[in-house]
Design a protein around this ligand. Structure first.
Ligand code: HEC
Length: 110
C-alpha cells in the first residue's frame, strides 16, 4: 500500500498532459518571417467550414463566407481549429491550418 500512490500519480500526470495538448492553443506565428496569405487565397481552408458556417447554414450563429465575417470570427476560429473541435468530422491538412493561423495572427489581410 505504501508504494501504491506513485504510479497512480504518474498516470494522472500523463493523463493531464494529454488532455492539455488536445485542448491546445494555436501555435504562435512569427509574422516577420511567415508567408501571409490573404483571405482570397484561403478558399481551400474555408471550404472546410462554410458547409456549416455559410450563407445557407450558420451553426452556432457563425458564418464565414465573406471576408468581413471571417475577420470577425478569426481568433475564435483559429482556436477551434487548434483545439481540434473544428472542423468536427474532418481533418484539415496541416499546411492549411498553418495558413489559417498565419492569416488570423498576421493582420487578417483580404
Ligand atoms: C459539419 C459542420 C461543421 C463544420 C464543417 C465546421 N463547423 Fe464550426 N461549428 C459547428 C457546430 C455544430 C458548432 C456549435 C457546436 C460546437 O461548438 O461544437 C460549431 C461551432 C464553431 C465555433 C464556435 C466555437 C466556440 O465556442 O468558440 C467556431 C469559431 C467554429 N465553429 C468555426 C469553424 C471553422 C473555422 C470551421 C472550418 C475550419 C468549422 N467551424 C467547420 C459545425 C461545423
Amino acid at each position: 500500500m505504501k508504494h501504491g500512490l506513485t504510479p497512480l500519480l504518474a498516470a494522472l500526470g500523463v493523463l493531464l498532459f494529454a488532455v492539455g495538448c488536445a485542448g491546445g492553443d494555436p501555435p504562435e506565428i512569427d509574422c516577420d518571417t511567415a508567408t501571409v496569405k490573404g483571405y482570397a487565397e484561403l478558399g481551400e481552408a474555408f471550404a472546410y467550414c462554410t458547409q456549416c458556417h455559410g450563407a445557407t447554414r450558420a451553426d452556432e450563429g457563425i458564418a464565414l463566407h465573406t471576408y468581413e465575417l471571417a475577420v470577425e470570427h478569426a481568433s475564435r476560429s483559429e482556436r477551434s481549429i487548434a483545439n481540434g473541435s473544428m472542423p468536427p468530422d474532418e481533418t484539415m491538412p496541416e499546411s492549411l491550418e498553418t495558413d489559417f493561423y498565419t492569416w488570423a495572427q498576421c493582420g487578417t489581410p483580404p
